[in-house]
Every structure is written in structure tokens, then in C-alpha cells.
Design a protein around this ligand. Structure first.
Ligand code: DAH
Length: 383
């Protein structure tokens, strides 16, 4: 640019130009330089510099031509300089505008490219967890009982000895308390009652009856605690589902029919059930329900010919405790809250299913501890 700047800084006479014909080479040269400059304006800032160099009011090339060539030109030259200048101006203005548009659309394009959202790209994969097997088994059992008219209720994990023991007909110093040694909370001396982690879901039998009049048909899923030493079948925390049905005409047949229905739904229609006499302070009579071993078809012999490892050849598997509600239990239901539990008028049954045990049986798990270790290699087997 320096050369033509110099030229445009001088009047034409100084350049030795006196005749109109000599102008065309001069302007052609300028135009060539302009075109070369134009190609160098690649972005907004270099374009601005370029524009000011040519169109700037004070010292742009066109202003210089006007001031130095046109104004002092001889009469003979003036017309021709004016015409050539106009032609050059039209070219310069058109090209500069064109360049601006190109740069702008380029910038837009590159911004677009930068900000483009590619909907075909795979999204960010966030691993989604699944329900713990215990939760799944809870759900399975809840579904079965809900389908025959039971509702699901939940209760506190921190209980009073009254609901956990006394109201269930387990007085202080009763020997069954030995099996339910548990965790007592440390409380201030002023506390009205001791508190403990519930050892079973049975306290909800009383709590439910205090809240509602018969008929009652509830199941209570939840966590329970005992001071057991951990081994393959014991854990200080485990899970139960309590069941309670009380009405004016519930018989032992309703009881066994309900349990049988549940067991067949859970293990499959071909299993058989049986019950053996047992003892629980809050049921009378009390039973222990067994299921014919679902793994060896109740034969005690595995498919390989050896002894079935699940039932150890017994052909039966012990499932859970249950019984007809002991009439004494109704006496503990505070009449102020849950009127209508007259043992002469109502009867019912209760059961307490150990979920961990059932899950272990059904899914072939031989160590209860895996439920609490949360090792994903285990959890992923039950998506
Ligand atoms: N609560 C008992 C336990 O944890 C289980 C149980 C047995 C519950 C018999 C019942 C029942 O409702 O009728 O050992």
C-alpha cells in the first residue's frame, strides 16, 4: 500500500501526468492494489483496517485522490479524474461491503459449527441403579398379599418394650425374650420409657389394631434388629413381613388357605405346604409353615442323584412362623383407640415372614451377609 499511498499523496503533475489517457494505467494500478488488499481482510478487525485505509474520511486513499488528484487537477484532467475516481469508488465500496458479508457469514458459520448440537451423538450414560434384591422380594410378597385384599402399613423401627414385648403377651422375664436380645437406646434418666430397636415387625399388630376397628388385613414390611453374631444365616439387621387378619369369622381354614395361596404364588404352583406345631406367645395355636423343597421337587434327592443341598435331603424347607392370634393379645389393644376387639367376637391369624431367608432360598444365596455388603458384583445379578 505504501507505493500508492505515496502516489496519492502527490498531485498528478508531480507524477508527470498531464493527459487524460495517462490516467487509466494509474487507476488500473490502484485497483489492482485494492483487490490484493481486499483478499487479505480475513476477519472483522483486518477488514476494518482495510476499510479505513481506503474509505477513511481523513486519510483514506479515496479522500487523498479527491484532495490531491481531483481538486488541484487541470481543467483538462478534472473530468477524467472525476469519472475514474467515481468508478473506483463504486468498485471499492461494493467490494468492501461484499467482503464484510463474507466475513460475517463466515463468523456466523464458525459460531454455528462451534455451538451446534449434534443430536446423533450418544448421550452421557448415567448408570441407573436397580432395586436391592431384598426390596424386590418385599415387592413380590406385597403384590401377592395386596392382590387378595391386604393393605401395606409400616411402623417405627425404634419401639417401646411395651409394643415390642408386653402387648404381644411377652411379659418381662419370659424366656422368649432371650432369643430377642436387642439394642436399647441410651436415653436421659428423665425418659418416660426405655426404647429399643424392634426385634420383629409384630409390634405393628397392636399398633394397627389400636388405629382401626376390625376387619383388619394388613402386612407390615420392615427392618428388624437383634444382637445376633453375624454368620451365614445371622445378621444384626434383617427384614420381615408381618401379616395380620382379624375379623368376626376368621377360621384356621382361612389361615392355612391364605398361607398356601401365598406360598404357591411365591414358589410356584407345584409346591406343597405343611405346618407343624410351634410356640409363639402371641398366637394360639402356633405353627411353623414348611414348603416342599422347590429345588428337588420335594424328593430330597437332587437331579444329579445326590442329596438335595437346599433341603439337606429333608424334602421340606422350614419357612416361617404363624398362628391364630392369641385371644390375650386383643386384651392389650387399648379400647380407647381400637374398640371392637372382643376376643369372644373376633378371631384372626398372624404370620411373620423372614424376607432374607426367603430371598436366599428362592435365589440360591448361601450367605445372608451379601445383602448388607452392597458389593455391586452381587447387586448386578439382580437387575
Ligand atoms: N415375630 C416372630 C419372630 O420374629 C415371627 C412371628 C411368628 C410373627 C408367628 C407372627 C406369628 O405374627 O404369628 O420370631
Amino acid at each position: 500500500m505504501t507505493e500508492h499511498e505515496n502516489k496519492t499523496a502527490k498531485p498528478l503533475v508531480h507524477l508527470g501526468i498531464t493527459r487524460p489517457e495517462e490516467l487509466s494505467a494509474l487507476f488500473a494500478d490502484l485497483r489492482g492494489r485494492f483487490d490484493a488488499d481486499c483478499a487479505c481482510a480475513h476477519d472483522e478487525s483486518s477488514w476494518k483496517q482495510f476499510r479505513d485505509a481506503w474509505l477513511g474520511r481523513k486519510s483514506g486513499v479515496l479522500t487523498q485522490i479527491t484532495d490531491n488528484w481531483l481538486k488541484p487537477a487541470t481543467l483538462e484532467l478534472k473530468r477524467a479524474v472525476g469519472a475514474a475516481l467515481n468508478e473506483l469508488r463504486a468498485h471499492v465500496e461494493a467490494k468492501i461491503e461484499e467482503r464484510r458479508l463474507t466475513i460475517e457469514s463466515g463468523a456466523e458459520e464458525s459460531a454455528l459449527a462451534r455451538e451446534r448440537v449434534d443430536l446423533s451423538l450418544p448421550g452421557v450414560m448415567r448408570p441407573v441403579g436397580s432395586h436391592h434384591l431384598i426390596r424386590q422380594v418385599f415387592q413380590e410378597i406385597e403384590d401377592i398379599f395386596v392382590s387378595i385384599g391386604f393393605s401395606v402399613v409400616e411402623g417405627p423401627e425404634i419401639e417401646t418394650p411395651y409394643y415390642n414385648f408386653e402387648a404381644l403377651n411377652i411379659p418381662e422375664f419370659h424366656p422368649v425374650r432371650d432369643d430377642m436380645d436387642t439394642f436399647y437406646l441410651e436415653l436421659p434418666k428423665s425418659a418416660k420409657t426405655p426404647l429399643l430397636l424392634r426385634t420383629h415387625t409384630s409390634p405393628m399388630q397392636i399398633r394397627t389394631m389400636e388405629k382401626q376397628k376390625p376387619p383388619v388385613r394388613v402386612i407390615v414390611p420392615g427392618k428388624v434388629y437383634r444382637r445376633d453374631n453375624p454368620d451365614a444365616t445371622h445378621s444384626f439387621a434383617f427384614h420381615q413381613i408381618e401379616g395380620l387378619a382379624v375379623d368376626t369369622d376368621i377360621t384356621f381354614c382361612d389361615f392355612t388357605g391364605t398361607i398356601e395361596y401365598f406360598v404357591k404364588q411365591f414358589f410356584g404352583p407345584s409346591v406343597k405346604t405343611r405346618f407343624r406345631p410351634s410356640y409363639f406367645p402371641f398366637t394360639e395355636p402356633s405353627v411353623e409353615f414348611d414348603v416342599s423343597c422347590p429345588f428337588c421337587g420335594g424328593t430330597g434327592t437332587a437331579a444329579s442323584g445326590g442329596t438335595c443341598s437346599k433341603c439337606k435331603g429333608a424334602a421340606w424347607i422350614e419357612l416361617f412362623g404363624a398362628g391364630m392370634v392369641d385371644p390375650a393379645v386383643y386384651g392389650f389393644v387399648n379400647p380407647a383407640h381400637g374398640g371392637g376387639y372382643d376376643p369372644k367376637k373376633v378371631s384372626g391369624f398372624a404370620f411373620g415372614i423372614g424376607i432374607d431367608r426367603l430371598a436366599m432360598l428362592k435365589y440360591g444365596i448361601d450367605d445372608i451377609q451379601v445383602f448388607f455388603q452392597n458389593d455391586v458384583r452381587f447387586l448386578r445379578q439382580f437387575p
